[in-house]
Design a protein around this ligand. Structure first.
Ligand SMILES: Cc1cc2nc3c(=O)[nH]c(=O)nc-3n(C[C@H](O)[C@H](O)[C@H](O)COP(=O)(O)O)c2cc1C
Length: 173
């Protein structure tokens, strides 16, 4: 079995996917990983909305004008949202779960990409979050943090270059 360090090294953002559906087991493991992510005060302020319908995925990829096309190519995308009424640190809760989803996907040999939604606009008037909530008929209290697109890898990415790690960002005091 690969070490966790190797897994982290191998994970890169993958934006092109094969046509294959994900197995039920893979989807279950990915969602289990999300649901096991740590949250502030164990508040579990998040919600995960799974989309695998091709037409819906194509629509969801229109949530913002740029950098969201991987959603339409994915086998499945997970809208990661949270309820600010449940936790004041809902962004952190949702972000950690999203990272767990990506790492679990990598562990299954699948590719994934984080699509930013929070603080992004669909157009001049509507936030990407409001637009997605409308499209997927989500609970009004939810705020969308990101969408994670997932699928069989259909592009090659080099693993992390250990020579390029920014050690200057680390201070040991
Ligand atoms: C907070 C956050 C927002 C991101 N937003 C997008 C996005 O909207 N669209 C996209 O294609 N990739 C997005 N990414 C992926 C980054 O571009 C990617 O992680 C970064 O370039 C490093 O590449 P790597 O993941 O292959 O190591 C985002 C990643 C993070 C963590």
């Amino acid at each position: 079995m690969n070490s966790f360090h190797e897994l982290v090294k191998r994970r890169r953002s993958i934006r092109k996917y094969g046509a294959e559906q994900l197995s039920e087991d893979a989807v279950r493991q990915i969602l289990e990983a999300a649901l096991m992510a740590p949250t502030s005060k164990n508040g579990r302020s998040w919600h995960f909305t799974v989309v695998d319908d091709k037409e819906k995925l194509a629509q969801l990829s229109q949530c913002k004008p740029l950098y969201a096309t991987s959603i339409s190519r994915s086998a499945l995308s997970i809208v990661v949202s949270a309820n600010p009424g449940v936790s004041d640190v809902w962004v952190e809760d949702a972000s950690i779960a999203a990272a767990y989803i990506q790492l679990q996907a990598e562990d299954l040999g699948l590719g994934s990409c984080w699509i930013q939604v929070r603080n992004r606009m669909h157009d001049d008037e509507t936030t990407a979050s409001e637009w997605i909530k409308d499209l997927l008929e989500m609970d009004g209290a939810e705020q969308v943090v990101c969408v994670i697109s997932i699928g069989e890898k259909a592009e090659e990415r080099k693993e992390q270059n250990m020579e390029k790690l920014q050690w200057e960002k680390v201070s040991i005091v």
